[in-house]
Design a protein around this ligand. Structure first.
Ligand code: 0WD
Ligand code: CA
Length: 378
C-alpha cells in the first residue's frame, strides 16, 4: 500500500508537541484477531425541542412513512430553520448520563463517553484517506471523555458552505421530512419544514473488547413503534443514483461510514434515498446494517469491519494508557488527539492557553461543564 503525502489541512491546528504517536494501521491484510463488540443496549432517549431545550421525552421522535417517489428534495429550502454550527460539546450526553445515574438504571463502570459521530470517525480511520480530525480528551476517575475539537477556522468553514454544498446538505434533511411524520399512521407526504434544532437522541452502552463505552447519537425515526429498544430504529440517508461501476464502487466505500454509524447505536436498518444531482428522489433501498459488510466483501473498494474494530481497540487502549500515566504527573489535564489520514494519530497535553480556549470562558473544567464535574466527584 503506497503511503501518499497527506493533504495539508489548514483548518486543523498547528503540529502538536507530541508525547506519543500511534502509526496508521495496514488495511492490506486481515485483522490479526477479532475484537468483540457488544450489542448496544439503549439506556435512555431524549429530545431537543425547537428552542434547543433538552428534555427527557420522545417529543422529537418521528415515525417512518414511505416517501413519494419523484419527491423534490429542494422543497422548503427557503424555510429551513438552520441550527448554527457549534462545537461538539458533550453537555447533552452528560445530562443524559446524569439522569440515568439518578434513575439508578446504569452501570457503575464507564470507560469512555462519546458522541456517536466521534466514534464513527475513530473506527473508520483505517480507510479514511482525506479528512483529518482532532479530539479533546479528559480522564476523570477512570472514565475518558472525548469531544471533537473544531478550530475557529474549521467552524467558519462549516458555517460558510458554498450554496451548492449547502443545498446538498439540505437534500438529506428534506429526505428525512419526506420520510417521517409525528404519527405512525400518517399518509405519505411532506412531514413538515426542516428545523435542525430538533433532534431525537438515543444513548446506549456497549463494549469494545474490554472497554465499556457509553455513546449518544441522533436517530432519524422508528418503524411503527418504539418501546425503548433500538430494534425498530431507522437511519435515513441520501446518495446520488448509481449509473455505473465507478458510482457503485464509490457507494460501497461510503457504506463503511453508514455501517459504523448505525452499528454503534445498534440501529438495524438504513434506508437510502437515491437522488439525481438536482435533488429529485428516484428510488429507495433498505439495507440491513449487519448485512452490509458481507455485501462489500471481495469488491473493489472492499473494507473489513474487523480491521476497524481492532484499530479502534488499539486506539482506545493507547489513549487510555498515555492519558492516565500523563495525568498522574499533571492531574486534570486536557489532551488533544490529532488524526492524520495515511499517517496515524498523535497525542499531546494542552498548554494553559489552549486549555483556556477549550473552556471558552464558560463554567467548565476543561471541556466538561462544572456541574457535571462536581457531580462525579461525589
Ligand atoms: O459529532 C459531531 N461531530 C457533532 C455532534 C458536532 C456538533 C454537534 N453534534 C451533536 C449533534 O447535533 C447531536 O446533537 O451531537 C449529537 C449527536 O450527534 P451524532 O449522532 O453523534 O452525529 P453524527 O453521527 O455525526 O450525525 C448524525 C446526524 C446527521 O445525520 P447524517 O445522516 O447526515 O449522518 O446528526 C445530524 C445529521 O442529520 N448532524 C447535524 N445536524 C445539524 N448540525 C450536525 C450539525 N452540525 N452534525 C450532525
Ligand atoms: Ca440521517
Amino acid at each position: 500500500l503506497a503511503h501518499k503525502q497527506p493533504r495539508l489541512d489548514s483548518s486543523l491546528s498547528p503540529p502538536l508537541h507530541v508525547s506519543s504517536s500511534l502509526p496508521y494501521p495496514s488495511t492490506s491484510q486481515s485483522a490479526s484477531r477479532a475484537i468483540p463488540f457488544q450489542r448496544p443496549l439503549p439506556l435512555i432517549s431524549f429530545s431537543y425541542t425547537n428552542d434547543r431545550k433538552l428534555e427527557f421525552s420522545d417529543a422529537a421522535m418521528r415515525y417512518y412513512v414511505s416517501p413519494p417517489l419523484d419527491a423534490d428534495l429542494g422543497h422548503g429550502y427557503e424555510r429551513w430553520i438552520r441550527r448554527p454550527e457549534e462545537r461538539g460539546r458533550l453537555d447533552g450526553l452528560l445530562r443524559a448520563i446524569s439522569e440515568v445515574r439518578r434513575r439508578g438504571t446504569g452501570d457503575p463502570v464507564i470507560n469512555i463517553v462519546s458522541w456517536r459521530g466521534v466514534m464513527t470517525k475513530i473506527l473508520t480511520g483505517p480507510y479514511e484517506d482525506r479528512d483529518g480530525w482532532e479530539l479533546n480528551v479528559m480522564a476523570i476517575s477512570g472514565t475518558l471523555y472525548f469531544e471533537e475539537f473544531i478550530s475557529d477556522a474549521r467552524l467558519q468553514e462549516k458555517e460558510n458552505l458554498t450554496p451548492h454544498h449547502r443545498m446538498q446538505t439540505y437534500y438529506g434533511y428534506s429526505f428525512e421530512s419526506w420520510c417521517t411524520a409525528s404519527r405512525p399512521d400518517a399518509s405519505s407526504g411532506w412531514g413538515g419544514d426542516v428545523d435542525t434544532n430538533v433532534q431525537w437522541c438515543s444513548v446506549v452502552k456497549t463494549k469494545l473488547g474490554d472497554t465499556r463505552i457509553v455513546i449518544g447519537g441522533e436517530v432519524d425515526c422508528v418503524r411503527d413503534r418504539y418501546d425503548g429498544r433500538n430494534d425498530t430504529m431507522l437511519e435515513l440517508k441520501t446518495s446520488m443514483t448509481i449509473r455505473g461501476d465507478r458510482d457503485k464502487a464509490r457507494f460501497e466505500k461510503k457504506l463503511l461510514k453508514f455501517y459504523f454509524q448505525s452499528f454503534l447505536l445498534g440501529v438495524p436498518e438504513i434506508l437510502v434515498g437515491f437522488r439525481t444531482p438536482n435533488g429529485k428522489l428516484k428510488t429507495t433501498e433498505s439495507f440491513k446494517t449487519l448485512e452490509i459488510p458481507r455485501m462489500v466483501r471481495g469488491k473493489e473498494n472492499a473494507w473489513d469491519p474487523q480491521i476497524c474494530l481492532s484499530w479502534g481497540e488499539r486506539f482506545l487502549t493507547w489513549i487510555k494508557s498515555n492519558v492516565e500515566s500523563g495525568n498522574a504527573a499533571a492531574p486534570g489535564s486536557v489532551w488533544r488527539v490529532k488524526f492524520t489520514p495515511r499517517v496515524g494519530v498523535e497525542l499531546a497535553s494542552l498548554s494553559e492557553e489552549e486549555r483556556r480556549e477549550v473552556e471558552a470562558g464558560e463554567d467548565r473544567i476543561g471541556f466538561l461543564p462544572k456541574w457535571y464535574y462536581t457531580e462525579i466527584q461525589n
